[in-house]
Design a protein around this ligand. Structure first.
Ligand code: CTP
Length: 409
């Protein structure tokens, strides 16, 4: 492929040398166009040596070849990294004040921007509006990575790793979408009902079928996320394209969720976790003995996994989004929503998806009707339809909550 690699004036320009090598080593012909500011970070000689092609940022070099017309027209792919706030603004407003912006205006093939800047600049409404404009025109704009930035600050704004940009560029060149609402995000979802053993053949279980969790996993996958599904007992198969980790008990689920959550942008607890487990698990089958009194099962509390996930998240100061589900029934003391509001406060999660349950409602059924409550206090959002419809609405809401934390629109 003929690739134009536009380089913006940011400290991350040095990392783009590795990206250039990934392109050239896989046989692509790369023309580098740095901005004027970019050459202050990495010199023209470096780009020429690594690309094997002449490098300029002036429209007035080789005027006879009308370089900006040729480069823009002939490029099979244009990748801009790091895309600074200034470069995004110039591209979004169609400016043509250097060779790179001229080339972008001439582009006929796919264009990928990999932004890098300070968090405040990325989150600024002006930058976000520019990103939105570019995306609306079919330009792919990757989400910046989160982590340590140039100074002592940290947050979203780091240039994605060269390998990630390379993968995205290749996917884009093959017509795939690389900036879907959750692309680049990892979502861990628990689903199904835990089973708490009494003895080798008996357990205490619940009616959860896993359908809602599975639908959520599929919706998150379709929104571009990398999905881990931590599955307790389910009556439906896991969707393709997600990593499946099977568990049985609440304690196993807790262990796996805590480990999986560590690397996740979003954690969704859709599993029906048993609140109690038998205090003792018999190693052999409990016998029916006619000569003894009726057996009594003593239960002990299981840990509240959702609450613990929130505590771990808060202790780490991370901006991970934690979503809980609440199975509620009303009674004489309160209605479903008032119980759910109290549960949201108690658990401290960001979103609580509330189901009204009963023996004939929700569990195992194909349809669902929920209300989404948010810790930030926005109006309760109702969603109903098939479990797939509800999952799509929940995942959509997750996407918009993430953009609030790490704005992207
Ligand atoms: N949950 C959890 N660990 C538990 C129990 C529940 O992580 N031991 C999670 C569920 O996955 C769900 C949320 O907490 O996301 C609410 O579950 P629910 O059964 O409605 O609430 P409980 O905490 O069990 O509260 P109660 O039984 O008092 O209604």
């Amino acid at each position: 492929m003929r690739i134009v690699l536009g380089v913006g004036g940011g400290i991350a320009a040095y990392k783009v040398a590795s990206l250039l090598r990934l392109f050239t080593e896989t046989g692509h012909d790369v023309t580098v166009i740095p901005t004027e500011a970019a050459t202050r970070f990495v010199g023209v000689a470096t780009w020429e040596a690594l690309s094997g092609n002449p490098v300029t940022n002036s429209v007035f070099d080789d005027v006879d070849q009308v370089k900006h017309v040729r480069l823009g027209h002939e490029a099979d792919l244009i990748v801009v990294a790091p895309a600074t706030a200034d470069l995004l603004a110039r591209a979004a407003t169609g400016q043509a004040n250097d060779l790179l912006t001229n080339t972008l205006l001439m582009a006929r093939g796919p264009v990928l921007f990999a932004p890098a800047m300070h968090t405040e600049m990325w989150q600024h409404a002006a930058t976000q509006a520019n990103v939105e404009t570019l995306r609306s025109r079919g330009v792919a704009v990757l989400e910046p990575a989160s982590g340590r930035l140039t100074g002592s600050d940290s947050g979203p704004g780091r240039l994605p790793e060269p390998e990630a940009i390379f993968e995205a560029a290749m996917a884009l060149a093959h017509g795939l979408q690389v900036d879907a609402p959750l692309s680049g995000r990892t979502v861990t979802i628990s689903a199904g009902g835990t089973r708490e053993p009494l003895d080798p053949v008996r357990f205490l279980g619940n009616r959860s079928s896993g359908k809602q969790g599975v639908a959520l996993a599929a919706a998150a996958r379709d929104a571009g996320a990398t999905v881990r599904l931590v599955a307790a007992h389910m009556e439906v198969p896991a969707p393709a394209g997600v990593e499946l980790i099977a568990v049985e008990t609440a304690l196993q689920l807790r262990e796996v969720m805590l480990a999986a959550a560590a690397g996740s942008d979003v954690v969704i607890m859709a599993a029906a976790v048993a609140d109690f487990r038998p205090a003792e698990v018999s190693g052999s089958k409990i016998k029916k003995r006619d000569d003894t009194a009726d057996p009594v099962i003593t239960l002990v509390r299981n840990p509240d996994i959702l609450q613990e996930l929130v505590e771990v998240r808060d202790a780490a100061g991370s901006s991970q989004l934690v979503v809980g589900f609440a199975a509620e029934t009303g009674d004489e003391q309160g209605d479903v929503l008032s119980y759910a509001e109290a549960k949201l406060k108690r658990k401290g999660c960001d979103l609580l998806v509330v189901n009204h349950v009963g023996a004939d409602k929700v569990f195992g059924q194909d349809n669902n009707s929920v209300v989404i409550l948010s810790r930030a206090g926005s109006e309760p959002q109702s969603a109903s339809g098939s479990k797939q419809d509800v999952a799509a609405i929940v995942i959509d809401r997750v996407g918009s909550e993430l953009s609030r934390v790490f704005p992207r629109t």
